[in-house]
Design a protein around this ligand. Sequence first.
Ligand code: 2M8
Length: 438
Amino acid sequence: MELERLVDGAERILTLNWRDGFTVPTGKLYPFQWNWDSGFTSIGHSYFQLDYAIRELQSLFSGQWENGMLPHIIFHNENEDTYFPNHDFWGTHVNPGAPQRPKSSGITQPAVHGFILENLLEKFPDNEDLISFVKHIFPDVVKSHRFLYAHRDPQREGLMFIFHPWESGRDNSPLWDESLERIEIDASTLPHYQRWDTRIAPSDERPTSYQYDRYVYLLQLGKKYRYDEAGIFEESPFLIQDTLMNAVLIKSNQSLINIGKRFGLDVGELEEWQQQSRSCFKEKLWNHELQTFAPFDVRGGGHIAFKEIGGLASLYADIPSPVQAQRLNDYLWSLHGRGFYICPSFDVDSPLFDSKRYWRGPVWSQMNWMIYHGLKKYGFVETAKIVRSDLIELVRKLCFYEYYEPQKSKVATLTAGYGGSDFSWTAACTLDLLKDGA
Ligand code: 2M8
């Protein structure tokens, strides 16, 4: 596809996936509004209709819970029944602070919205509508961070835990295998359920049934405690201080501080959180042996020691020391030298690497977007250029898919990406990278 046609293609997809107030990630596979997808998608909309970018975020926050939790899915359309688990299965009415409407899931996702707002303000610094929207939504975004600090950090370390792989955004990453193996499924108590995803996307590109049983188990655990963190923290076999989740939060904290200062808003609380989180991330999540950041398994009491993509988001959040950043850059550079599009989502040398299966190896656009900006910030301009051009090349060759094959030799034989097609955040992130011009 020619470069000019990529811009048209991105606009077409964003329009196609727009549903009167919000955007679905892709029409068939994910027919609702997803939390972190919405953030990236709003950047895409802003190029054509700033109004859509604003409405996108407004609709997402219309599902925020009283305690500040921003759900990972907002089920604006309750009659849509081609996704599992739907709003009935989540049953979030068990929590008195969950809104009656719109219905939602009972877990959250990476808190991108602080940095998305800052990105929009950088693009349209003097736009009055945007400025008044940002001022209006600022307290709600801060509230979503306060939820994490109050409920997901019981030891007050400055690092949040997740209790479900879906919260990490990297659902079936091999990172979570060991924690999921702790879960023994009793077939007589696990509710019957039927997946839709494997009817829509090829099953060898999706998580396995073994993993889905455990996703459902953890959902049920959340529901049992009315999605209240205290009980979940006590019982969940899956309890992880994740790299991506915390890096994104730290980046968004900083963006909110910057925005707050510009508009004369109180940022004291944000600054306190930020100081603690940034230093704890740098110390606790750095794995000396691997020379990368790794999630901390709270139940297992140690790092989940694999090279994978989540820790690279730390560059975007300005967390690594110069030496740590150099190591992350070396890692990307070596993958480039070995014939991979960067960045594969998991360690290509691990037996758990699977170049086709979702979060176990493929390249993801929104990750490239964050890593690109992070590398630029640290002055690794050459690597940043490759991260940008690799994604653009994949999209030109294989169209706007959910994720991509990382091996160059294999891509040469393919005509399409993997997972869902006409994918919103891929359109938005590619468009933004095209406009950025490295
Ligand atoms: C994928 O996750 C959903 C569950 O949240 C699914 O597989 O059904 C993940 O890639 C997630 O990060 C993403 O937000 C979502 C929608 O694109 O799809």
